[in-house]
Design a protein around this ligand. Sequence first.
Ligand code: HEM
Length: 137
Amino acid sequence: MEAEGRGEAGGCAGAPGARVYTREEVARRNSGREAWLVIHGRVYDVTRFLAEHPGGEEVLLEQAGRDATESFEDVGHSVDAREMLKDYYIGEIHPVRDPNVTSSGQTSFWSTWLIPIFGALVLGLMYRYYMLDGKSS
Ligand code: HEM
């Protein structure tokens, strides 16, 4: 399905053009057959590592489909373990953005100002119309 093109990332962590996965996509890969996890915003397919993990496959399966950053860090993995991560790297996690927030991190001008201004204008016009209507009758 959508996740089959994993070769693109080529194991080069953070490379531009790396495959991007949503959290929902990762969450679906948590069966005995497939285990993906997220560590520091990167997606790893640890399926073939399950049997080899020195900490056991149980802990990986527990974290499969989730963000395992905290548990990975809590264990205090060695530099070697961190190096191994790149063997299982398949892409980046999709950044979740608030549609009202622009890339610069500021709330959009449109929703902050234009909508209230437009609302006030409509209310003003309605009021005016109501007053004129009252005078003419
Ligand atoms: C792709 C991800 C991971 C890799 C490459 C990895 C690799 C390793 C390696 C090489 C070790 C041996 C000790 C060391 O060198 O630090 C280890 C131990 C261990 N790992 Fe992982 N690990 C991963 C993810 C996780 C996760 C998500 C957990 C979740 C709790 C975990 C829990 C443990 C535990 C409990 C040990 C045993 C520590 C000990 O015996 O002192 N690992 N891991």
